[in-house]
Design a protein around this ligand. Structure first.
Ligand code: BES
Ligand code: ZN
Ligand code: ZN
Length: 498
């Protein structure tokens, strides 16, 4: 399996004499750009030695105050400084996340004989800014692909902050736990589907649960069949790798809110008998990004000891064409008894999610949030970097949007309009699985809503776009699996914990 482990990050009040590569910022003010995090001493000696100030040198090399623009300066005596654009001086946590991520990513790519040591000096005193900078720096360390001997990556990070209170350390710990969860999700998503399949994914989830003191339950194909999970069984039926359902539970004493998370875990989506065109298939090892996100998030929530009950469900199946595949026009009896006319075997995500939403709702949670790489239509609507959010009520939608804002993730609310329902009418079953060619993300949400009881608060996150970056790395986002929505789920749990 794909594995990448994060370096340690520690706090210090000042840079040591031997700081490794120093990262400082360049920020925009109304009076022009200013350097951030460069001590007066170093600024003076550097200016003297260089015959020019660090900011103008950075600009000459193509640097700017634009958020996330990083350049490397080689100073005398072998010292290296990275100047990274912060954007406007009244910084947000997300600006620092991006700046730190971009700077660290630049350093990560530099060849060296030993792992790089980094000192990040970005003038962070506020806990939320410490968290942002720390998280961005850690996430920027991630590498998609095997380690290379001439490029050993990042060995350690020191974050400079004038804040000596326990809140500073707490903020950095939160950053480290959150980043570790994002990395876990990225590792799972990046693992190719010949290695990560329902059974091996379930075993990996079990190992994670053990390490995070969570309870685990796994349904194998026999148990799924016996208990009537007709959706998961149908989708998984075409593959030799049999489906699984994973439940991780965290129930700390005194918790007053129960959050239920449901993730789509299609370990490979060929489209099934409605086979995808070859070009659309290459990234489909990432079709378990929702399951990865909910499993990683609950492990972080438990590690942080948040006082909230959380249950994470992962519906795991491989969508393959074969003699045992479910067919377009099949009528499936789902968990709970509703029948579904399968109108397209490539709309498999909503089928496995439907079974799991019914099962999750049986615990009467206060809120169900499902996370799925559900529709290409959502990417057509919102692009590759913005996730869709659909909810029955605006209060629930706002709760998610607020958490996403804190976490620095991009979501945009889409409606579940009245006309989405009738599109799903079937002559042979309670519902069809797909609507027409318009508003595909919305009809998918309308379909899912039939499997969540009316009185249950529910939100649906369509992360088809942001869960996998097929392009080049940017800011703290690598190529490949991104860990999209992990941070929002953790922030949501924080907001609802007592
Ligand atoms: N896994 C795909 C959605 C997807 C597409 C995720 C691209 C990430 C990138 C999903 O199972 C799918 O194929 N959906 C179909 C639904 C259609 C058949 C109604 C789609 O979006 O085309
Ligand atoms: Zn599909
Ligand atoms: Zn899919």
């Amino acid at each position: 399996m794909f594995s990448f482990t994060l370096p340690v990050i520690t706090l210090a009040t000042a840079a040591s004499k031997d700081p490794g590569i120093l990262v400082i910022g360049l920020a925009e003010t109304s009076d022009g750009d200013i350097l951030v995090g460069l001590s007066e001493d170093l600024a003076k000696s550097a200016t003297k030695a260089l015959g020019a100030d660090v900011a103008s040198l950075a600009r000459e090399l193509g640097g700017s105050a634009k958020n996330g623009k990083a350049v490397l300066l080689a100073l005398p005596a072998g010292r290296k400084v990275v100047v990274v654009g912060i954007g406007p001086i009244d910084v947000t946590a997300e600006q620092l996340r991006r700046a730190a991520g971009a700077a660290v990513r630049l350093i990560e790519g530099l060849p060296a004989s030993q792992p790089h040591r980094i000192t990040l000096s970005l003038d962070t005193a506020e806990p939320s800014l410490i968290e942002g900078a720390g998280e961005g720096a850690l996430l920027g360390c991630y590498r998609y692909g095997p380690a290379k001997s001439e490029n050993p990556g990042i060995g350690s990070i020191t974050l400079i902050s004038s804040n000596k209170k326990p809140e500073a350390k707490q903020a950095l710990d939160l950053a480290a736990v959150t980043a570790a969860a994002v990395v876990q999700a990225r590792n799972w998503v990046n693992t190719p589907a010949n290695l990560l399949y329902p059974e091996s994914f379930a075993e990996s989830a079990r190992a994670l649960a053990k390490a995070s003191k969570l309870s685990v339950e796994v349904w194998d194909d026999k148990a799924l069949e016996r208990e009537g999970f007709g959706g998961i069984m149908a989708v998984g039926g075409g593959s030799d790798r049999k489906p699984r359902l994973v439940k991780l539970s965290y129930s700390p004493r005194g918790a007053k809110f129960h959050l239920s998370l449901v993730g789509k875990g299609i370990t490979f989506d060929t489209g099934g008998l409605n086979l995808k065109p070859a070009d659309s298939m290459y990234t489909m090892k990432s079709d378990m990004g929702g399951a990865a996100a909910v499993l990683a998030a609950i492990s972080a929530i438990a590690k942080l000891g948040l006082r909230i009950q959380v249950t994470a469900w992962a519906a795991l199946a491989e969508n393959m064409p074969s003699g045992s595949s479910y067919r377009p026009s099949d009528v499936l009896t789902m968990y709970g008894g509703l029948t579904v006319e399968n109108s397209n075997s490539d709309a498999e995500g909503r089928i496995v999610m439907a079974d799991t939403l019914v099962k999750a709702s049986q615990d009467s949670p206060d809120l169900v949030v499902d996370v799925a790489t559900l529709t290409g239509a959502c990417m057509v609507a919102l692009g590759e970097r913005v996730a869709g959010l659909m909810a029955r009520d605006d209060e629930t939608a706002d709760l998610i949007l607020d958490a996403a804002e804190v976490a620095g993730e991009l979501f945009w609310q889409l409606p579940i309009p009245e006309d989405a329902g009738p599109k799903l009418e079937s002559k042979v079953a309670d519902t069809k699985s797909t609507g027409d060619r318009y508003g595909g993300a919305l009809s998918a949400a309308a379909f899912l809503s039939k499997f969540v009881p009316e009185q249950t608060s529910w939100a649906h996150l369509d992360i088809a776009g942001p869960s996998f970056n097929s392009g080049s790395a940017h800011d703290y986002t690598p190529t490949g699996g991104t860990g999209a929505s992990v941070r929002t789920l953790i922030a949501l749990a924080q907001a609802r914990a007592n």
